[in-house]
Design a protein around this ligand. Structure first.
Ligand SMILES: Cc1cc2nc3c(=O)[nH]c(=O)nc-3n(C[C@H](O)[C@H](O)[C@H](O)COP(=O)(O)OP(=O)(O)OC[C@H]3O[C@@H](n4cnc5c(N)ncnc54)[C@H](O)[C@@H]3O)c2cc1C
Length: 304
């Protein structure tokens, strides 16, 4: 029996684990991936907004952020495949056969990129689907590219690729872009960027590499094909809450609902970081929420 089981070892889970450790709680952290750090490993640009710690990219940030983790005394299990969680009973069953039991559970499973669910989206990963413009743009210099999405991430990728690509076509569903005004202004100032509003990409086409996208515009009856050699997909994120469905109060987008102490509607079950839909989904919010949950749990277990 542990005091706390933490599910997910991104910034939120790691922060909670360090705090639980410091507060003398017997803690186990379960991470599905081989490595901890969560989304930090997908940040290819500089991280400059975490107090006291500047890094050229997420990996570098993670090295420093997680320095203390190896000295701490909590158990960290990576490559874990959770079969089921009984939140009421605080019991976690792993596919490998182990069953873990605790007094409290902290859910820190974060978010993942939303998928389009269209043909070609998975087939061309590594063959024209661009993971990140900041990381890959030199590989796509001189090629025509399509960006799917209308928010900040889509606009940022479009602007980065416009520096090296002859044409950049941004396709999004909405009437107007959701990206911040400065990005929209910059997009409008770039001659090589075309924006198709109220439009969707219905297929990504090619042989071994991406060769075209099929676009359907609102007023058009038929889709048309446009030749491109690279595609960036940035249509937002969704929370990793599937394994808790039917047990955990979720909002209409599937995020865990929490109060100011990071408590969910289930007694002694907490949710922290991006999975709890914070107003600012950032590393600092995730770290702060981890501290809050740990402190609340410790105070309940005898004022530690
Ligand atoms: C491109 C990009 C740039 C960003 N730039 C900044 C920035 O400059 N500054 C900033 O403050 N923030 C930035 N962020 C946001 C920041 O990375 C996130 O807010 C932060 O990582 C959230 O931490 P988290 O621990 O809540 O979730 P995550 O980082 O998503 O971690 C969740 C962890 O849970 C694990 N997990 C999920 N499901 C399970 C399961 N069933 N079992 C076990 N483990 C599971 C995942 O594998 C992952 O390791 C950026 C994000 C992106 C994508």
């Amino acid at each position: 029996m542990n005091d706390v089981i933490i599910i997910g070892a991104g910034p939120a889970g790691l922060s909670a684990a360090l705090w639980c450790d410091e507060l003398g709680l017997d803690t186990i952290v379960l991470e599905q991936k081989q490595h901890t750090g969560g989304q930090l490993h997908t940040i290819y640009g500089a991280v400059e907004n975490y107090p006291g710690l500047r890094a050229n990219n997420g990996n570098e940030f993670f090295e420093r952020f997680s320095e203390r983790v190896s000295d701490a005394e909590f158990d960290l299990w990576t490559n874990v495949d959770i079969e089921s969680v009984d939140l009421k009973a605080k019991r976690v069953r792993l596919r490998s056969g182990e069953e873990l039991q605790s007094i409290s559970i902290i859910i820190a499973t974060g978010v993942r990129r939303r998928q389009l669910g269209i043909p070609g989206e998975n087939e061309f990963v590594g063959h024209g689907i661009i993971e990140s413009a900041s990381r890959d743009r030199n590989d796509f210099a001189g090629r025509d590219v399509c960006i799917i999405g209308g928010g900040d991430a889509a606009a940022e990728n479009a602007l980065l690729l416009a520096e090296v690509c002859p044409t950049v076509t941004l396709v999004h569903r909405g009437k107007t872009l959701r990206a911040r005004p400065t990005f929209v202004q910059q997009l409008q100032g770039q001659h090589c960027i075309t924006v198709f509003s109220e439009s969707v990409v219905s297929r990504i086409l090619g042989n071994h590499e991406v060769e075209a996208v099929e676009i359907l515009r609102k007023e058009a009856l038929k889709p048309f094909q446009m030749a491109v050699q690279g595609v960036v997909i940035r249509i937002g994120v969704e929370p990793n809450t599937e394994i808790f469905r039917e047990q955990l109060p979720l909002d209409n987008r599937g995020y865990a609902v929490v109060n100011s102490q990071q408590e969910t509607g289930v007694v002694n079950v907490f949710a922290i970081g991006d999975v709890s839909n914070p107003l600012a989904p950032t590393i600092s919010s995730a770290a702060g929420a981890g501290a809050t949950a740990a402190k609340v749990i410790a105070s309940r277990l005898g004022g530690r």
